[in-house]
Design a protein around this ligand. Sequence first.
Ligand code: UTP
Length: 275
Amino acid sequence: MIKKCLFPAAGYGTRFLPATKAMPKEMLPVLTKPLIQYGVEEAMEAGCDVMAIITGRGKRAITDHFDISYELEHQIQGSSKEEMLSEIRNILDKCTFTYTRQNEMKGLGDAIYKGNVLVGFANPFAVILADDLCYNSDGPGVLKQMVDLYSKYKCCIVATMEVPHDEVHKYGVIEGREIEDGVFMVDNMVEKPKTEDAPSNLAVIGRYILTPDIFDVIKETKPGKNGELQITDALCEQAKKGMVIAYKFKGKRFDCGSVDGFVEATNFFYQLERQ
Ligand code: UTP
């Protein structure tokens, strides 16, 4: 049922300047694979075959990446390097890519809202923020875990993890009641709270399952923190009038939007490949 995955990728990636001056943050490679390709593979594993990407100015490399490169393919045809393109070829065989632009950076809520033309209003859809790189060695990926949970609860689901109390100001933070192991009924959500105002240390990371009624809620949501339309505020509203679940996922998450997280991910995947 969840076939479409939205990738908001219109941000400027200022923490990676100058690398992101002319190149999208989502194309930064962890080893030989760009961040967004990890996200697409996670979405495929979860059963999605339509990848809906919200782009902005200077993001053409993403569109080119998920396309055939005739010249290059011709050049390396028959050589040992051909194998290096097998994963991306498999993606192109199995998935459809759609794009729309967010002309102005008005926040993640606005970027997701812009996605309505791509994901439609008929079915729930997934959202992946490609700069949050997730990996689970002991079972299904994070999005697949959430899709499985959706079949039980049939409502919006956000992925969460415990973070140190002095880091809650970097995240949307939830207040909720645990209804089964690792599953919380959300009562409240706060975007980037001060440590003393945070309702918990359960932070929302970049994986969501959203039901299409979220678009009406976003439309009514006013700009919040930093003057941006925050998806946290829309989901808080949704939790109050309906139901939102927070899920403490199994696996690891690397904040590849920050230099520290990016280096950590690179080291982790390098060690993994060496094993
Ligand atoms: P971030 O705030 O982490 O990304 O947004 P950023 O703004 O690109 O990075 P910095 O802080 O300047 O380094 C989280 C995700 O939401 C998307 C971003 O592309 C990123 O994947 N986003 C955010 C949008 O698509 N549009 C927006 O208006 C805001």
